[in-house]
Design a protein around this ligand. Sequence first.
Ligand code: SAM
Length: 280
Amino acid sequence: MRDDTPDETRRVRLSRTFDEDAELYDRARPGYPPELFDDLTEVAGIEPGCHVLEVGPGTGQATLPLAERGCRITAVELGADMAAVARRNLAGFAAVEIVTADFETWPLPQEPFDAVVSATAFHWIDPAVRMTKAADALRPGGALAVVATQHVAGGSAEFFVEVQECYERFDPATPPGLRLPSPQDVDTSDHADEVARSGRFGPVVFRRYAWDLTYSTAEYLEVLRTYSGHRALPPEARDGLLECIAGLIDRRYGGRVTKRYLTELRVARAAPSGRRRRAP
Ligand SMILES: C[S@@+](CC[C@H](N)C(=O)[O-])C[C@H]1O[C@@H](n2cnc3c(N)ncnc32)[C@H](O)[C@@H]1O
């Protein structure tokens, strides 16, 4: 049964914001460092011909590099517009199918997958369902590969300190004096605990990649407009916030800022007892 606590309601509401402007998402959101895809081969056994189930592909940020590496992919995307753009982006790959559905209720096919991949999307899936359903989708020993993205200190470090004033002014939920964590302070124990609690996987292997992207003022505002938290602000607050941020970048940072991302790959193998088959 779905948990209807306020946090759950907020998760469900925010998980639908990406589809409000799929073209913006496609234009503005970055992909992932190439080393991550090399590690998916090494740690998760994702190789050419591998049958991958992707959860929440968006417009194909991880789907495209996986397809280019020869994977057969079924990707389950909640947003109809996101799925349509993903289909356009993946049109050249006959072995890729983008399904418009929510992962929680999508009926798993009979044939198990070699890997379940979810890039910046697994946290949007109902926590009561995601681990069990991912395990059910996998063959014994198949890999659950979750890619998580964190915003960390670095790049234009001073800008990210100063910009908090804009957030405090326009978003009342912002805790005063909030600072981005350094990569070593980012805690991953929640995911490891959730995997362990499910009882369906072995230990989690983690790989981390810190990388920088430089944005012009306009590009930075576009990427902010794709974030669910920014999209969910009342329009006047969002406009005021974006104007405040743009003014800061233009006035104090010469119209360019560098943002540091911490991408983390988290891979766990399904227990050898593997998939719980449904009755025919
Ligand atoms: C932050 S975006 C990540 C998209 C892409 N994987 C990326 O790396 O940028 C999260 C995606 O998950 C999708 N999503 C959210 N809830 C979902 C669900 N219950 N089932 C399937 N997809 C879902 C959203 O529509 C959105 O496209």
